[in-house]
Design a binder for this molecule. Structure first.
Ligand code: HAM
Length: 407
């Protein structure tokens, strides 16, 4: 038997109401903020991610699904910011009046070790806002994320916030961090030994208990907890916090929040659930003011976020599938088909028995799947009438066919 691949899942019809709910809410909420939907291809040139996400990241180094076709190296998208930026540049969207707000939904692919909340094919819904460097955009993007989650009915979430500064102040931080960590270098895990030179900020993200113990040392904590960001970055961050405070958006400052992608500067944030296991981030995002230029576009500041839809779905639990409006009970198949098509033309969901079962069996089925049974016996057909049975209250009445009004 050929089975579904490790780290991938079927989304079955019974789960679809939750997925439709998440997708419809995304369209509704993000549209209210002026965002327009964009759909970019699922595979892109490998170079886009190497340059966009960063070739020192785990995503690019270990997790990409890369393949060759006609001498081209292609990769299934591990995330969608790079693809949206590529499209923004390619389609000259910098010429549109700023801000350009885009939202998306769709599958992403990362070759990670699967566990609860972590898959190899997963889905994200996300937003990218281009063209505004002021902290107002940061505040609005965080609001969009928080309000979307609120509209889904999710509570018990924590917003974690940090500022990574700009490339200038971050260099100084990296140098100081390396200075205090250097004496412990031989004791660090293999990954951290590589990160030390390539991407020292990512040291803070390490989950190994041995490394954690080292990074908890007072001289290292003093550097981590110290305020390293320059005056301009600090003003930007204070302004953002001011907006969030004024809007009643609760957040905690997490100085260890560095995010696993290289394109960020200044604001980064994650929204975590207190009801998920170790994979508890439902949303991750931040500012990436240099990415558009780095990928060959005009200098354009930007900020965005993405949410893992499987993680949202597991928090939302089950949602009852809607019943059909009507189920036609009849032994005259042709009349049943005709009525069904008339109803569908009026946007009424309905089905009828395709196998000509006994009346009682058809009625049993109707009571399971529909709100109303529409009974078309020989008497009704010859009188051009229809018996409507409300399957909730069991009330029934026979009416003229033209009087049927189920909407
Ligand atoms: P990310 O933090 O890598 O950010 O992913 C965002 C969210 O996608 C995570 O918080 C998580 O909910 C979900 N996610 C990530 N990997 C998996 C996985 N293997 N299985 C299930 N869910 C997963 C980004 O992707 C950035 N592009 C976000 C962004 C947009 N930053 C700026 N704009």
């Amino acid at each position: 038997m050929i089975k579904v691949q490790k780290g991938t899942k079927d989304i079955l019809p019974a789960e679809m109401p939750i997925w439709h709910f998440m997708e419809e809410k995304a369209n509704e909420i993000f549209t209210k903020y002026g965002a327009k939907e964009i759909r970019t291809p699922i595979f892109e040139a490998t170079e886009l991610f190497a340059r966009g996400v960063g070739d020192t990241t785990d995503i690019v180094n270990k997790e990409m699904y890369t393949f060759e076709k006609s001498d081209r190296s292609l990769t299934l998208r591990p995330e969608n910011t790079a693809g949206v930026v590529r499209s923004f540049i390619e389609n000259g969207m910098h010429r549109l009046s700023a801000p350009v707000k885009l939202w998306y939904k769709g599958p992403m692919f990362r070759y990670e070790r699967p566990q609860a909340g972590r898959q190899r094919q997963f889905h994200q819904v996300g937003v990218e806002v281009f063209g505004i460097k002021q902290a107002t955009a940061d505040a609005e993007v965080i609001l969009m994320a928080v309000n979307y989650l609120k509209e889904l009915g999710l509570n018990d979430l924590t917003v974690e916030l940090n500022s990574l500064g700009c490339p200038k102040c971050r260099e100084e931080f990296k140098t100081r961090l390396k200075e205090v960590i250097r004496p412990y270098l031989p004791q660090l895990c293999e990954d951290c030994q590589t990160r030390f030179d390539k991407n020292p900020l990512r040291l803070l993200d390490c989950k190994s208990p041995e490394c954690q113990e080292i990074y908890a040392k007072p001289e290292i904590q003093a550097v981590i907890q110290g305020d390293f960001i320059c005056e301009e970055c600090s003003e930007h961050f204070e302004e953002l916090k001011g907006y969030l405070d004024a809007l009643g958006i609760k957040y905690t400052r997490n100085k260890l929040l560095v995010r696993g992608l290289d394109y960020y500067n200044r604001t980064v944030f994650e929204i975590k659930s207190n009801n998920l296991g170790s994979q508890n981030a439902v949303c991750g995002g931040g500012r990436y003011d240099t990415l558009v230029k780095n990928l060959g576009g005009e200098d354009t500041p930007a900020i965005g976020f993405a949410m893992g839809m499987e993680r949202l779905a597991s928090l939302l639990g089950e949602k009852q599938d809607k019943k059909l409006k009507a189920y036609i009970v009849s032994n005259n198949t042709l009349e049943a088909i005709k009525l069904a098509e008339e109803l569908r033309a009026k946007n009424i969901t309905c089905e009828f028995d395709l196998t000509n079962k006994k009346f009682v069996k058809q009625l049993e089925k109707a009571s399971k799947v529909a709100e109303y049974a529409l009974i078309l016996g020989e008497d009704e057909i010859s009188a051009n009438k229809i018996t409507v049975k409300d399957l909730d209250t069991s009330e029934q009445k026979t009416i003229k066919k033209e009087e049927l009004d189920l909407v």
